[in-house]
Design a protein around this ligand. Structure first.
Ligand SMILES: Nc1ncnc2c1ncn2[C@@H]1O[C@H](COP(=O)(O)OP(=O)(O)O)[C@@H](O)[C@H]1O
Ligand SMILES: [Mg+2]
Length: 259
């Protein structure tokens, strides 16, 4: 497998919502990306610019209005049923607050193993062993396997979210503001963990975050979105040399308050 292999590509993907009064609202306008194996693609832009809508379209959580989504060259734009379900083995998503995504009555080991159980039978003993192995990978103590979500800190819960995303061994993990609810120091430790997992497993990330300093740290490339459009693409470590006035404005507003 070549290091430059394109795992995921979108070709002019648009998402238009029809609002209650019948007007049409373009949340994503002809967004084209390519994501390579082992790469982190940052996606930034102010709240409401269409970042979540775009990745939700990739995940098939709502259909694209137009455009194409390709996984390893295969058109996955309109997958449904079993074929769509199978994509979970390749592309996983981590959200801002795993606490709301986790069932509070489930132990951590079962939360981590839930995606696996959608595909195969897993005994209790096996679930615990798998969970302990994944907890180790996300640098959490094995005894956490038997705890419940409310017994964990926000940072620990996000690590469990990462463990759960890893269990199906996906090639791509989409992190939608996965670190945004955490303290700055915890955000940094999660970013470092994501980078370590990438080095070890060659996984690719789409990393959505409104903290441009953090995005710059973790991303190989960054795409800047404004009102549904990609307005600029930059190497992750060259955000400061942006040309677009909107990116300059974003940078100015972020770097002064943070880090
Ligand atoms: N289901 C929906 N119906 C109508 N409008 C939506 C829907 N989902 C998102 N939007 C709108 O699309 C725009 C982009 O939202 P979103 O993708 O959540 O932005 P971001 O993640 O960049 O903050 C917003 O104006 C939002 O209100
Ligand atoms: Mg969002």
């Amino acid at each position: 497998m070549s290091a430059k292999e394109v795992l995921l590509a979108t070709d002019k993907v648009s998402k238009i919502f029809t609002l209650k009064d019948g007007t049409r609202f373009t949340a994503c306008n002809e967004v084209s990306i390519s994501l390579h194996k082992g790469e982190t693609l940052g996606l930034v832009g102010e709240s409401g610019c269409g970042k979540s809508t775009f990745v939700r379209t990739i995940m098939g959580l709502h259909p694209a209005t137009s455009g194409k989504i390709l996984f390893k060259g295969e058109d996955i734009t309109n997958l449904t049923g079993e074929k769509r379900r199978e994509m979970a083995k390749h592309i996983q998503m981590i959200f801002q607050d795993p606490a709301t995504a986790f069932n509070p009555k489930m132990r951590i080991k079962d939360i981590i193993c839930e995606p696996l159980r959608n595909f195969e039978r897993v005994s209790d003993k096996e679930a615990e062993a798998r969970a302990v192995d994944l907890l180790r990978q996300v640098e959490l103590a094995p005894e956490i396997a038997l705890r419940y979500p409310h017994e964990l800190s926000g940072g620990q819960r996000q690590r469990v979210g990462i463990a759960r995303a890893l269990i199906l061994e996906p090639e791509i993990i989409i992190c939608d503001e996965a670190t945004s609810a955490l303290d700055v120091s915890v955000q940094d430790s999660i970013a470092k963990l994501l980078a370590k997992i990438q080095r070890e497993k060659g996984v690719s990330y789409i990393f959505i975050c409104h903290d441009l300093a953090l995005v710059s740290l973790i991303s190989h490339r960054v795409m800047v979105m404004q009102k549904g459009n990609v307005v600029e693409e930059l190497p992750g470590d060259k955000l400061q040399s942006c040309q677009h006035p909107y990116t300059k404005k974003l940078l100015a507003s972020v770097f002064t308050v943070h880090r």
